[in-house]
Write a protein that binds this ligand. Sequence first.
Ligand code: FRU
Length: 327
Amino acid sequence: ETSGEKIRVGFSQAMSNDDWRRSMNNSMLLQASLNPNVELIIRDANYDVEKQIDQLEELIKDSLDIIIVSPIQSKPITSVVEKALELGIPVLVVDRKTEDQKYTAYLGADNIEVGRNAAKEIISSNSNDTIRIVEIKGLSGSSPAEERSIGFNQIINKYNNANVVANIEGDWEKESIQKKLKVILSDNANINYVFAHNDRMALGAWEVARDLGQEKKINIIGVDGLTGFNGGIQAVEDSKLTATVLYPTGGAEAIKLALRILNKESVPKNNILSTTIINEVNAEIMKNQFDRINEQQGNIQQQITEISDLEERYYAQSNFLKIAMTL
Ligand code: FRU
């Protein structure tokens, strides 16, 4: 990079229209804005795999300095990521993985551990009784869905009294699971636990249980643990969810890591964000902590806006002075 030239970071986001991904985009934009040399270009693939491939092709054609991608599904995105690498553009894969290890670096929480955390929460809160579970999966072919399921079943399979009695193939959105869950719960299956791979589907499951009058007897566990009105932490506080497993977006970390890569620093291949269980014991604490962070982010954002307003006024005034002096 020659000095004064912008560093252009391109991000292909699987889709931008849910709270988790909006929060990820916001923290990326905020982190990028702290560095005036960085231009962050976010493209929304809107859950369309073909569109995401085209988008990545375009980012390659536009010679971005680095590409960040959250793949909708692993397999279809793998070869275009390899192509970028071959052309000398580093690729940082976030949240969902591609099929092989051919990327510059990966950043995200360990989704096998996410699944294990959910299973441990179930086992520890209900050690002797019979545990009958419905597992609601995320979009098949996306790595968090595969890995959360692996981790979850690893732990559950160790206990004779715990069984996954039904699986539902979801797509991360609640509409995909509600009819099927209704059939299962209406069938007198004595379900006492639901593990849904994210909070949106978990809250969809809660609606179904409530409509059937079973919300008191079924314990629902989700993943994400966002703050805010619609978030998983609030749902735990409202006793809709028994627990949620924190899945941090890593937005700020992604930008920091991208800049380190561009700076030719050596970075770990796999960069693992930490996860933890959020239940009634710590929901309030977690909420307060995240609210504080959000407040601080808001303050930073405001200061950045004020600084750029000041800069504009300064330039306007000095231009005015220059003109005045030539008169
Ligand atoms: C957001 C989301 C999250 C989930 C993640 C998995 O689009 O569905 O709810 O944890 O993607 O990649």
